[in-house]
Every structure is written in C-alpha cells, then in structure tokens.
Design a protein around this ligand. Structure first.
Ligand code: 3H9
Length: 706
C-alpha cells in the first residue's frame, strides 16, 4: 500500500479505503495501491472478502485529468487496464462501495470489482466524451456487459451520469444501501464471501445479437452527429462499444485503447480539458481570498418583469430562493407573470420540470407593484430597460428603500456600473450581474466589478452563481463588458463580408461549419436587429470619423426589418419562424454597396471564418491587456457559455493558441493592411506572437505574478 490507499479489517472482511482528496482521482500510485491491497488480502487467510470505498466525499471521480496533459507532452503513458484485470482476477470477492460519484476511471475500477453497492444519492457515469476522450480502461467493454449495449452506448457517447437508483435497475449496481454505506457493504461482502466471484469481462448475456445491435449503433451515430455536432469522441466511443460486441474482451480493449489514444492526442481533447479546468479557474479571483465573508442571500427582489426580469426571477425561484417581482403597474406585472407561467408550462411539456416542481417555483415568485416589501430582501437585481437615466432613478430608489448590507445589482449589458453606483450612497454594494437571454436557460453570468464593489459583494455573487446553476465570470467595467465588447467586432466583420459580396447564408454557414451554434447574422435576427441599431444611434458620437462602419443592418432596420420579430431581417421567416434566404436583401445590399463604391468579390469560407473569429481574438487580447478580463481562459469560458462558441475549440483565445499566435497575428496584420484602423493588431497579440508565446502561457504568468 501507500499513503493513498489504506487497509483495515472488519473481522473477516478487509476494508480498502482510497484517500486522495478532493475527489480520489486515480493519480499515480493510487491504482497500484489498490492492487497491492488486493494482493495483500488474497495472501491473508483470515480475510474472506474485501470492500473498496472512497474516503471523504466521493468514491473515485476518474483518472487524474492533469495527467493527460503530461502524457500528451511526452510524459509516460500509464494504462489502468492490466491493473483492473488483476483486481477482477482476485480469488476473493471484491465489493466496490460507491458514494458521491464513480466517474470515468472510477466506474471502470468499480466494474472490475465483482459486486457494486451504492448509496442512493451516488451517481455513476462515463463522462469522458466531455473531455474529448473515451473510456480508456475497459469502460466501453465492461459497461455493455452489465447494462446492455443500448444503455452503454448512451452513457459512453452521451457522457451523462445515471443515478444509483437507475444503475441498480440496470444491473450496474447490485444493491442500494440506505444509511451507513460501509456497514452495508461489509454485510454484503460477508454474504458473498466464499461464493464464486463473477467477473464482469466474462459476462456476455447482455451483449445481444449483431442483427439487433447494428440498429443501435446506427441510431447512436445519427444522434451524435446532430446533438454533438463536430465532436469526434462520441463517435469513437460508439466504435469502441461496437468493437466490444464483435471481438473477444482483450481485443475489444485493444481497440478501445487505440481509439482512446487517438482522442487523447487530438486538439479537441486538449481544448475540452482546458475548458474543464477553466470552468473551475474562473471562480478564483486573485485579490479575493477564499475566506472572504459571504452575505447570506435568502430572499431577492427583481425590478422589471420583462423578458430578462422574468427570466431572472425564474432562475432564483428554480434555486429555491423567494423573489419579489416588481413592475410599474398591475398590467405590466400580469404580462410578466403570464410569460413566466408560459415558460414553465413549456418546460413541463418538454419534460424538463414536473408540474409539482413548477407549482412550487411559482409560489416563490410574488408580483409587487411598489417597493414596500423591499426593505427585507438581501439582494435586488434591476432589469429595467437599458437606459442610463432610468437605471439611475431605480438605483436611487433602491438606495432609499433597501436595508443596509443588501446587494444592489444591475442586469445591464452595456452601461457603466460606476455611473449607476454613483446614484446611490453605497457604491460598495453595487455590482453588475449580466444574465444572458433567455436568463433561465443560458449558463453564463458576467459579474461586473465596479470600482467600489466590495470584496464581500463580489465573492457572494460568484458563489451565488453556482447556486443558481450558472457559471459566473468576473469582468471589468468597460463598454459591453467582455462578451458584448468582443461580439461587436465579430458581427461588424460579418456585415462587412456581406457588404463585400458574400451571401448572407454563406457567412452564417461558414461559422456554423466552424462550430458556432448559430451564424452571426441569424443571431442578429434572433436577438432583434433594432437592439444594436438603437445602441449605435445613441453612441454614434463616439465613432471616430473616417473609419468604415457597417451600414447594412442599420438600413435593414430603417426598412422595418428587425429580424424574427418582424418576420424579416437578414432572412425571411414563416409564421413558425423558419428562416429562408431573402433575395430582396441580397439585391438591397448589392445596391447599397455599389452606391458606397465597395468592390464586390468572391469570398471563401476560410476568409469568412478568419475575419470573424480573429476579430474576436484581437478584441479579446485588447481586453486582456487592459485588465477587463482576469485571464484569457475567462474570455474562453464567457464565449463557450454565452455565445455558442464550440467547446471543442476551447474558446476564442485557446483556439488562437491552437492555430498559433504568429499565424493569427500575421492574418490580423493582413486585414489591417486591407481594411484599415479597425484591424490594428492588439499590442498583446503582437507581443505574444513575437515572443513565440501563447495566451495560456500569458495566463500562467498572470497567476504566478498574483
Ligand atoms: C477518465 O477517467 C479516463 C478513464 O477512462 C481512464 C483512462 C486511463 N482529475 O468539480 P469540483 C478537481 S477521465 C483531476 O470543483 P464538485 C477540480 O479541478 C476523467 N482533478 O468539485 C477541482 O480542483 P480545484 C473522468 C479533478 O464537488 C477539485 O477537484 N472523470 C478531477 O463540484 C474539485 O472539483 C470526470 O470527467 C479529476 N478527475 O464536483 C469527472 N475531478 O479545487 C470530473 C475534479 O483546484 N470531475 N478535480 O479547482 C467532476 O465531474 C467533478 O469534479 C465532480 C465533483 C462531480 C466529481
């Protein structure tokens, strides 16, 4: 044994405890420790059976993900397969006792045991595809032997865990243990001691005849192509399970190992591992220590019951936090509540929530026409129309009615938080919480730090985002903050491309093929082209004269083409909001471009992608250098969770690193030459490119310096 694995005895049952906090990841030494313990019990005549259990809060959360980066950069390759075989060959039964999660290599370890017992709250799964890899220690071979081919394909290709109850129904878990897991597992071990120990790899009864399984694999490939568009790992996982149904166990494992290695060394896996750690990294704020006192948030109020306000109220209600929802009068409130009810009804229809859950949530939302009850709430989120004068008035009112210590948050997407905070006597309590639309669906929450926002308020909002099921990213107070500030140049280029002769659908298609959830022009139609148009009109005075600005979208708005809501925008929409190309738009843009003397040309998909994506990267680099984002990875997490950037490319900054910053910089310089000032390379991009560095290295330097 070693310091990661302990062995103790409960009379004739040995208890092997895995102890590698926080999640018992299978780092170097751990599997070897388990094996040494198994060898020891096999040599001890007093022991009749063994229980393997996780110390702390979980069984085993899988391989140590940090090790993968070492392997792909030349470090030693470690395979768990032979170790698991030897556990399975143990002459004495091994009972795996699962609480918390048995994920990835954790479930593979559990399946190499002869029996599995679990706490009812435990979860088991093969989530490797979320990291761009597949199970690599026999998971694709043992799982179908325990749960059948269809379920194994679903779990290995989809990556979603199943509850212990479902696992028990599937035959993956042999017994659920209510109460003390260890005591139950030991009792179970005593029951099976002395009986022949079943080896998972020797079981074939659930593998099914080839004629039946062929249809399962075909359907799974179809589903993966649609639901996990562009991802390679799900298809590899399906291939590996299929190999398991056609080959003897050992050969199936070899096929799995080959596919695992291919995936592990792919750019997709590197990107998704970056995302895994990035999602945890963004919670770490260098100048805000972990021990910062949190403000309890047990009740909130939302001002404004429109689309955003209503969605935000639902977010809090879904997390079990009571919400007051305020609007100017009863009519507005009725409309707001009606929309909330409609949204919940559609969630019930789609099977996301039960009616009982929704009924409980609705009870938590109380519409109010005034501020009378605001004096008791812990936090207020203002979600009124985007206009500085109105927001300032609301905050002055909040300052008057809210209790000292309450958090005053604005859901602004563009406005200056410091100016808003200035209308109160307590700017330290003011912060931005920029939800993304629809607020009850989108995972991203930009938390905007004002000059005077207190550390307690920031720490509380970061923590709260988790409770709300969001991923909170702290950003600085610049126009558009991080996400929308970058989205400007991205959408500007999309429009320029159309004005230079690209078809509307060609621009969107190139970016969808790149992996974006939606094309930039279709996104504009969905959000409403008039939103940007109004903002541009308000800020026109800030535009530098003599610099090319896109005009097509403004002119479409002047013609009343606001997008989906008017059934006309960049596209034409039928009554079900299905889009089709609109030749009228092509003709109009051609005419406007000719009037403005913009030469028309054929534009390749590659140029479309470079122009739009490098516009994101260049602006991202500027934001990073100016300190409005803490790290490049924060920008990546924002883009993945708020803007439909493909996770398998890791986010715009990681993508740029993958392409190579020298190459990206060179392309930005070319665009600068061709298109002028708007493409001036960000100094940070230039510096990193010249030094042969990456944004990821820049992040490491920042962390080291903090
Ligand atoms: C695999 O197993 C491949 C196999 O087929 C074998 C092939 C040979 N490794 O998420 P949390 C860290 S692939 C390293 O905040 P929670 C995490 O970074 C793996 N580190 O806690 C964080 O660190 P920090 C398949 C890991 O309670 C800390 O632990 N398995 C790992 O909200 C706490 O994590 C998976 O994909 C790991 N495996 O959630 C499961 N896991 O505090 C990945 C966590 O410094 N893990 N860390 O930021 C999870 O899904 C969640 O962590 C879990 C707990 C649900 C377990």
């Amino acid at each position: 044994m070693n310091n990661l694995v302990r062995i103790s005895k409960d009379n004739d049952v040995a208890v092997i405890t895995i102890d590698n906090p926080p999640v018992n990841a299978l780092g170097p030494g751990l599997p070897e420790g388990v094996l040494a313990a198994i060898d020891e019990i096999n040599g001890d005549p007093a022991v009749k059976a063994a229980v393997v259990i996780g110390g702390g809060r979980t069984f085993v959360a899988g391989a140590d993900i940090k090790e993968f980066g070492k392997m792909t950069s030349g470090g030693p390759r470690r395979s768990l397969l032979p170790l698991l075989l030897r556990i399975e060959d143990s002459g004495k039964p091994v009972v795996m006792a699962i609480h918390g999660s048995a994920f990835g290599g954790g479930l593979e370890l559990a399946m190499a045991g002869h029996y599995r017992v679990a706490s009812p709250t435990a979860q088991v799964g093969q989530p490797e595809v979320n990291l761009g890899i597949i199970p690599g220690a026999g998971g694709t071979q043992r799982l179908p032997r325990l749960v059948g081919v269809a379920k194994a394909v679903e779990m290995c290709a989809g990556g979603k865990p199943v509850s212990a109850r479902e696992a028990a129904a599937l035959g993956l878990v042999d017994r659920l243990i209510e109460g003390d897991l260890l005591a139950g597992a030991v009792a179970f071990a005593r029951e099976v001691a002395g009986k022949p120990a079943p080896k998972t790899r020797a079981r074939a009864e659930k593998l099914g005849p080839a004629a039946e399984t062929a249809a399962i694999f075909a359907a799974a490939r179809d589903a993966a192509a649609k639901k996990q568009r562009g991802l390679k790992a799900p298809l590899a996982a399906i291939d590996a399970v299929e190999a398991g149904t056609k080959l003897p166990f050992e050969e199936g494992c070899q096929a799995e190992a080959k596919l695992f290695t291919e995936c592990l060394f792919s750019d997709q896996s590197k990107a998704l591992i970056h995302v895994f750690f990035g999602e945890r990294e963004v919670a770490k704020i260098p100048d805000i220590p972990k021990e910062t006192a949190l403000i309890p948030v047990n009740s909130v109020a939302v001002v404004g019951s429109g689309t955003m306000g209503g969605g935000i109220a639902m977010v809090f209600a879904n997390a079990g936090i009571p919400v007051l929802l305020k609007d100017v009068d009863e009519a507005a409130l009725n409309l707001g509540m009606e929309k909330i009810r409609k949204n919940y009804a559609s969630s019930v229809q789609r099977g996301r929530f039960t009616q009982a859950f929704v009924d409980e949530r609705l009870k938590l939302i109380t519409p109010v026409p005034d501020y009378d009850a605001f004096s008791v709430v812990d936090m207020v989120i203002e979600a009124v129309f985007e206009g500085m004068a109105l927001k300032k008035k609301v905050f002055a009112d909040l300052d008057r009615v809210c209790r000292p210590g309450a958090i005053l948050a604005s859901n602004t997407s563009t406005l200056d938080i410091d100016e808003i905070a200035g209308s109160t006597s307590r700017p330290e309590a003011v912060i931005g919480t920029h939800f993304f639309s629809p607020a009850n669906v989108m995972r991203l929450l930009e938390i905007v730090r004002g000059k005077k926002s207190s550390k307690e308020v920031i720490a509380t909002c970061m923590q709260l985002s988790k409770k709300l099921g969001k991923i909170g990213v702290l950003v600085g107070n610049c126009r558009g903050f991080v996400g929308n500030r970058m989205f400007g140049p991205y959408r500007r280029e999309a429009q320029f491309l159309v004005e230079e002769g690209a078809e509307v659908e060609a621009v969107d298609k190139a970016l969808v093929d790149f992996g974006m959830a939606m094309g930039p022009l279709a996104t504009g139609d969905l959000a409403g082209l008039d939103v940007g148009w109004r903002i541009r009109k308000e800020y026109r005075h800030l535009e530098k004269p003599g610099i090319r600005q896109p005009f097509a979208e403004d002119r479409l708005c002047e013609l009343g083409r606001y997008g989906q809501k008017t059934l006309k925008g960049w596209y034409r929409y039928d009554e079900n909001r299905r889009a089709s190309a609109d030749p009228e738009v092509t003709a109009l843009v051609q005419k406007w471009s000719a009037d403005s003397g913009i030469p028309q040309r054929l534009i390749s998909a590659a140029e479309i992608v470079d122009r739009c994506i490098y516009a994101l990267v260049n602006e991202g680099a500027r934001i990073l250098e100016e300190g409005y984002a803490l790290r490049a990875v924060d920008i990546d997490i924002i883009y993945l969770n708020g803007y439909g950037f493909p996770a398998y490319r890791g986010g715009p900054m990681w993508h740029a690193d993958t392409v190579g910053l020298q190459k990206v910089y060179q392309r930005v310089c070319e665009f600068h030459k061709q298109h002028g000032e708007l493409w001036e390379p960000a100094p940070l991009l230039q510096r990193l490119a010249e030094e042969g560095k990456t944004f990821a290295e820049f992040d490491k330097e920042q962390v080291a310096a903090a």
